[in-house]
Design a binder for this molecule. Structure first.
Ligand SMILES: Cc1cc2nc3c(=O)[nH]c(=O)nc-3n(C[C@H](O)[C@H](O)[C@H](O)COP(=O)(O)OP(=O)(O)OC[C@H]3O[C@@H](n4cnc5c(N)ncnc54)[C@H](O)[C@@H]3O)c2cc1C
Length: 400
């Protein structure tokens, strides 16, 4: 028996940052939106002096989208750190490579911004609360039906959500993707990302540091406001296991050594806030199916070494809203030609980012000496070639 039927233009499945942004964007474009969110315990408000271990480097494309949706100004900007420069360092004591970028050279105010997950979600939740066209439905999807006319999702309580277009924003293990029979390539990296926040003895001056090493993985120290940094250490599984058994103080000491004490002594900000995430590559064979479009991690999961997974998701959302908005009066939101345009618009950007991050993860994951010498020489060479460096900066900004 059907308890309740919700009819909308767009139905978004998944209430992560990307799903919420999509729901808000479509609503602000004048469409009627339903957003399916799994029932979850309300988040306890965090104390003002605690820092979320989940942070994202948000690029210019994401910044522009969030600004146009009036979400950027709703962030607590005192907790957002601009990235003024990036320093990438290779491995080995003999001829280590190095590459630096800065906002001044790139003629932008900031290369990126470091934003906490909590800050982003709070701003999105507040905006969704005031959006008139969005209905948030709590529940779990149990069946999906699509045909040329519409998509409908049945929930386990019997309710049904019907829409012209179903947006799968339900993350790397996407239910929508599986139900739509979109195959994937999946490859685990044999690494886990360890994340934690530290105070640092020396000021970071807005520099995001990254060290590549075959034995230890990729270590990133991202600036947070004040003398604080956020660690993302993509470590081989064995090393990650060891690190997760250590105390946060031992981890701080380990990070200090691995970063050659670039920022002096490090101390854990919240010892209980060390988290870890298994890393894998997921490549969906298609971005769309009948009446379905995938966005965010549902469409692609990449290695976090470039800090671009969520940025790709924001670019998906911007492209999907633009394509649907430009569909013309005689087509509905889930029209096959509209979806084909979306898939074409995103194909190259996604492929390029998948190849770049996967290539770098593999190149810096090998301990073969000739490759070590080559990759470090490569970093030094890029650093001295202004044209190539400019293109790389453009790519990092999300502008290429
Ligand atoms: C260590 C690490 C560091 C990273 N750093 C960066 C960075 O600096 N910059 C960057 O751009 N990216 C970064 N990323 C990538 C980024 O975290 C992801 O790309 C992003 O979180 C994906 O967001 P999403 O909303 O698509 O998916 P998720 O965040 O996975 O959200 C999916 C949502 O869908 C819900 N859901 C799942 N199944 C269902 C269902 N059946 N029905 C309804 N809802 C469902 C889930 O509850 C969840 O809320 C990093 C990733 C890692 C692991």
């Amino acid at each position: 028996m059907i308890d309740m039927q919700v009819q909308s233009d767009i139905c978004v499945i998944g209430d992560g940052v990307i799903g919420k942004t999509a729901a808000l964007g479509f609503a602000q474009a004048g469409l009627k939106v339903s957003l399916l969110a799994p029932a979850s315990a309300p988040r306890a408000p965090a104390a003002a002096d605690t820092w979320d271990a989940r942070v994202y480097a948000v690029n210019h494309v994401a910044h522009a989208l969030l600004s146009s949706l009036k979400v950027w100004d709703a962030l607590d900007l005192s907790r957002v750190a601009p990235v003024d420069a990036m320093e990438v360092k290779g491995d080995g004591t003999d001829m280590p490579g190095a590459l630096t970028f800065d906002a001044y050279g790139a003629r932008v105010g900031a290369l990126a911004w470091i934003v906490e997950d909590r800050n982003l979600n709070q701003a999105l939740d507040a905006a969704l609360k005031f959006a008139s066209n969005v209905r948030i439905v709590q529940g779990r999807a149990s069946a999906l039906q699509t045909d040329v006319a519409a998509a409908s999702v049945q929930l386990d309580n019997g309710d049904v959500l019907c829409a012209e277009l179903l947006v799968g924003a339900d993350g790397g293990q996407s239910w929508v993707r599986a139900q739509s029979r979109i195959d994937i390539d999946y490859r685990p990296y044999g690494q886990r990302a360890i994340v934690a926040n530290f105070s640092c003895e020396k000021p970071h001056h807005g520099v995001a540091y990254q060290w590549f090493s075959a034995a230890e993985g990729v270590i990133a120290l991202l600036p947070l406001p004040g003398q604080r940094v956020s660690l993302v250490w993509s470590a081989p599984d064995g090393l990650a296991d060891t690190m997760l058994q250590e105390s946060a103080t031992q981890l701080a000491a380990r990070v200090g050594i691995a970063s050659s004490h670039q920022l002096g002594m490090l101390a854990p900000l919240q010892p209980e806030q060390v988290k870890s995430f298994p890393l894998s590559l997921i490549r969906a064979h298609a971005l769309t199916a009948t009446r379905v479009a995938l966005v965010g991690d549902a469409a692609h999961v990449i290695h976090p070494l470039a800090g671009h997974g969520m940025n790709l998701g924001f670019a998906d959302v911007a492209a999907l809203i633009e394509t649907v908005s430009a569909r013309g009066p005689h087509r509905d939101c889930g029209d096959a030609r509209v979806l084909a345009r979306y898939a074409r618009a995103r194909k190259e950007d996604i492929l390029l980012m998948q190849l770049t991050t996967d290539g770098l993860a593999r190149l810096f994951g090998t301990e073969l000496e000739p490759l070590r010498v080559m990759r470090n020489a490569g970093l030094n060479l890029v650093d001295r070639l202004p044209g190539l460096k400019r293109r790389l900066i453009g790519h990092a900004l999300g502008k290429s």
